[in-house]
Design a protein around this ligand. Sequence first.
Ligand SMILES: C[S@@+](CC[C@H](N)C(=O)[O-])C[C@H]1O[C@@H](n2cnc3c(N)ncnc32)[C@H](O)[C@@H]1O
Ligand SMILES: Nc1nc2[nH]cc(C(=O)O)c2c(=O)[nH]1
Ligand code: SF4
Ligand SMILES: [Mg+2]
Length: 210
Amino acid sequence: MVSEKVMDLVGKGLMLPLMEEFYTIQGEGYHKGTAAYFIRVGGCDVGCHWCDVKESWNAETHPPTAIERIIDNASKYSNIIVITGGEPLTWDMGPLTSGLKNKNLQIHIETSGAYPLTGKWDWICLSPKKNKLPKNKIYALANELKIIVYNKHDFIFAEEQAAQVSEDCILYLQPEWSVRDKMVPEIVDYVMKNPKWKVSLQTHKYLNIP
Ligand SMILES: C[S@@+](CC[C@H](N)C(=O)[O-])C[C@H]1O[C@@H](n2cnc3c(N)ncnc32)[C@H](O)[C@@H]1O
Ligand SMILES: Nc1nc2[nH]cc(C(=O)O)c2c(=O)[nH]1
Ligand code: SF4
Ligand SMILES: [Mg+2]
């Protein structure tokens, strides 16, 4: 049983349900290949059927953790911190990101954008999902748009989403992992015909690292 006091602190973003923290190489998108410290916050109700971290969904299975502890740990490893989940914007990211900023760290987010944007970010990777579309305000602020391609309809969805981001937002198509053999050739073909897009692969899965 989580006490009312803890629930109140979680509500204020002063504690967060922490699933895991790990130092690795950013595998995806613009910063792929760069060492980064990942903070995975539990809780997500977007419900992507192919999600590769379904264990993150139920916030109650991840211990509410004081953000000071998260910040102290993070600053030991890298000056690039990636906040992911779960869906990090389920929670108020303000206190965590200002604490990390006070340590002069670069703070990146991986988000579906399904909830209002909180926190201050150096890099926003927006990965919209059809079943819970991003809130309007995040489109203009996204630095990269990363569309997961599970079937051919996702190319249409990708274009609809690309029409809403800023001109300098970098556009990525990333194969859904379980159908990569089928979708990689489709993505390669699409990117050659539509070169405003780039390919993103989950390179950490090929490298066998977290
Ligand atoms: C697990 S999500 C967590 C952050 C946030 N909920 C989101 O979806 O952006 C991290 C990234 O992995 C991507 N992803 C999740 N499952 C995937 C899969 N099976 N294949 C390819 N990418 C996947 C998501 O689209 C997102 O860009
Ligand atoms: N190495 C590595 N890179 C990643 N980029 C985004 C990830 C995520 O799950 O948010 C991820 C991840 O889980 N591992
Ligand atoms: S939004 Fe992200 S964490 Fe949530 S189900 Fe989809 S891929 Fe998984
Ligand atoms: Mg991942």
